[in-house]
Design a protein around this ligand. Structure first.
Ligand SMILES: *Cc1c(COP(=O)(O)O)cnc(C)c1O
Length: 224
């Protein structure tokens, strides 16, 4: 069961602000995805490769699938043909593998680099310096890296009630996103996505400049 009222409220709010809503459908049945699809939702996010492949095979072909989880290099091949955006690239090795699979399928695969902004040790991601190193190497190997395109940054704030803390983490991510747009990715208009904000913190994320939010439980209900 999906929450239609919440969905249309978010869509109205985001249209005004130019924010893309990614409906995070992980663990939810395809019937729920179909319900949102029928209302007009096209961007859906998943965080397990097998689940994404299964759902892609069952659902309408014009859905834009986002892979939002941690991705292992050896699994890129399963989603390379159809994935719309890979959110959480956190190594050059993974970027190279995505490029290789993009070439194999004769397409350019769009990705975001995941920046680590939260306190939690367990969350994946890169710091500013590591992102700069990857951006430099990517630029130096442009000719070879033709089948993967870095379109922006993604991050997750600490899971806390401390709004000031969440705000400062989103500020840091957006600030670095803007910095990169003016430096390493200057003159690359596709570098335009700052993916931050989930059900619990999307308002703060949008205040801080998010262009893409990933919302699950607010739309689909709590996950079991
Ligand atoms: C599950 C998940 C979300 C959505 O979380 P909700 O709190 O259900 O909105 C967003 N981003 C990532 C990376 C996730 O894994």
């Amino acid at each position: 069961m999906i929450n239609k009222g919440v969905w249309s409220g978010l869509v109205d709010e985001f249209k005004e602000k130019g924010v893309t809503l990614v409906a995070v459908s992980k663990t939810k049945p395809v019937a729920d995805i179909q319900e949102l699809y029928d209302l007009g939702q096209r961007h859906f996010g998943e965080n397990y490769v097998q689940e994404l492949v299964d759902k892609h095979n069952q659902m309408p072909i014009d859905i834009k699938w986002h892979y939002i989880g941690h991705l292992q290099s050896n699994k890129v091949k399963y989603i390379a043909e159809f994935v719309n955006l890979i959110h959480a690239v956190d190594s050059y090795k993974l970027l190279e593998e995505i490029n290789k699979q993009g070439l194999k399928h004769n397409r350019v695969i769009d990705v975001l680099l995941q920046m680590h902004i939260a306190d939690e040790e367990t969350k994946f991601g890169l710091d500013e310096k590591e992102i700069l190193v990857i951006a430099e190497q990517y630029e130096a190997e442009t000719e070879y890296m033709q089948n993967v395109r870095i379109c922006g940054l993604m991050g997750m704030a600490t899971n806390t009630d401390d709004e000031a803390k969440i705000k400062s983490e989103f500020y840091r991510l957006h600030n670095f996103f803007i910095h990169l747009s003016d430096s390493a990715f200057f003159n690359k208009p596709w570098f335009s996505i700052c993916s931050m904000g989930m059900s619990g913190d999307y308002k703060l994320a949008i205040e801080q400049g998010s262009t893409m939010v990933r919302i699950g439980s607010m739309l689909f209900g709590a996950r079991g």
